[in-house]
Design a protein around this ligand. Structure first.
Ligand code: SF4
Length: 165
């Protein structure tokens, strides 16, 4: 089934998320949706469809950084598998520590997610200004996680086909 891309407007979602979370940080809890959606699509076998069709963050970077981006290429080491694994690992560890510290307290969890989303958004914008506008997407932990899921699913399918032959 051919899906419609929503990348031309989905930036409104992330801007609304930050505006609402600044007014009341408890809206930060919706950070779970932002992190969970790409993984949900990947687990349903849709690969990186979130990145190409829906992602509010990718939509924002693509839409607003074009005019101010210095358009430099990212250094090779930043595009390496090691850098992507490292950032994904750091994200998982930091998020886990924050959630453990929150001890189930809704406000603390929401604030931790808001902070997490905010920091990664600022880093993404800085990268988009220094390098190409969507450079963040090259190292984005969620984008990388979906790639890993897709690779795993593809290799599973391949080995099932080999067994059937
Ligand atoms: S790589 Fe990350 S920021 Fe970029 S489109 Fe995918 S999920 Fe969004």
């Amino acid at each position: 089934m051919k899906r419609k891309s929503h990348m031309n407007w989905s930036w409104i979602i992330i801007v609304s998320f930050f505006l609402l979370s600044i007014i009341d940080f408890r809206f930060g809890i919706f950070g779970f949706v932002c992190m969970g959606t790409p993984i949900y699509h990947a687990l349903r076998g849709r690969g990186k469809i979130h990145c190409s069709h829906y992602c509010p963050r990718g939509s924002f970077l693509g839409r607003f950084l074009g005019k101010i981006s210095l358009n430099n290429n990212m250094p090779k080491w930043m595009r390496s598998k090691f850098a992507k694994h490292l950032l994904l690992g750091i994200m998982i560890i930091l998020l886990t520590i924050s959630l453990i510290h929150a001890k189930g307290d809704f406000n603390k969890i929401a604030f931790a997610l808001f902070r997490f989303m905010g920091v990664s958004f600022v880093v993404g914008i800085m990268m988009g200004v220094i390098f190409k506008k969507r450079s963040w997407c090259t190292i984005c932990p969620m984008g990388h996680a979906t790639s890993l899921i897709k690779k795993h699913q593809d290799s599973k399918k391949k080995s099932e086909l080999v067994h059937l032959k």
